[in-house]
Design a binder for this molecule. Sequence first.
Ligand SMILES: Cc1ncc(COP(=O)(O)O)c(C=O)c1O
Length: 343
Amino acid sequence: MTYFRPSIDAMQGYIPGEQPQQTGFIKLNTNENPYPPSPRVIEAIHKTATDRLRLYPDPVARNFCESAGKLLGVSADSVLATNGSDEALTILMRACVGEGRKVVAPLPSYGLYGVLADIQGCCLKSIPWQPDGSLPSDFTAGASLALITNPNSPTGTMLPPATLLKMAEQASCLVVADEAYADFAPVNSVPDISQCERLVVTRTLSKSYSLAGLRFGFIVADPKVIATLMKVKDSYNVDAISIAAATAAIEDRTYFDTCRQKVLATRDRLETALAKLGFTVTPSQANFVWIERNDPLRPIYESLKEQKILIRYFHLAANKEGLRISVGTDAEIDACLDAMARM
Ligand SMILES: Cc1ncc(COP(=O)(O)O)c(C=O)c1O
């Protein structure tokens, strides 16, 4: 006896990275920003909490969309605000993919895609990256949606935006560039959305704006695509406090640039130090570093955890494993490197 659709009974739920609720951990496992959000965000939260909670929020978060549009050089109608970029992915999946259809994504990439596909009762076809870091030319063939984490997680590598644009031009489905980490990369796909209505970008304020706890993301796409996706979202999918805080965050460019520069400088230092410790380091375009080595890596993850330093261990395939270390403060990264050097 079951009350649920067969696909729901059969699926495994998503297992997020560890979020210890005790203090005292050095947390380098879920790519959060080590710096606090802009002081303007805190002011906006106080003001909204005092003045606005009695009323429903703006269902289309117009203030945020206008600010984001100005920042990215697109119209406000090209932006849809979401409850984290996970909700952006959920909206795209619900809008595009029905039972028995196919979603494609590279392997490895963001683990949530498979879970969202399972919920829709469809199948995620994970297509391995080619040895040269590209995707096969028939990547989108037969798919109802293509999802590409760019920069990729957990590897931190990146496809050139021109490659994604070409793929979207040749596809018969939406091609989504999941740009959760794009603020740490030199280029991104937003300037290309005007070239092809099938190219869609998702973004988050969780990483580069230090707002993982707030839950705010957005979609950037052709206004016609956004208008259709609007039909799928919950009526009040982002709350009044989040809208005000997210708008304040993206408007404080000086604060954003300062934190970003600090993260990028620490990332360089981390890459160099990990290479000196004998790891194979993949040059990162994100706020984390992916490392591999021929001997077993799980003991390193476990030993660090015993010392209250959390990083992420990935077993990707037989004989293929790696560690992903988020860029923390300099002090956090020094503590992690010292612990690794002692092993
Ligand atoms: C590739 C990728 N996309 C989306 C997300 C979700 O981010 P958000 O916190 O905005 O839901 C993550 C979070 O780790 C991610 O790694």
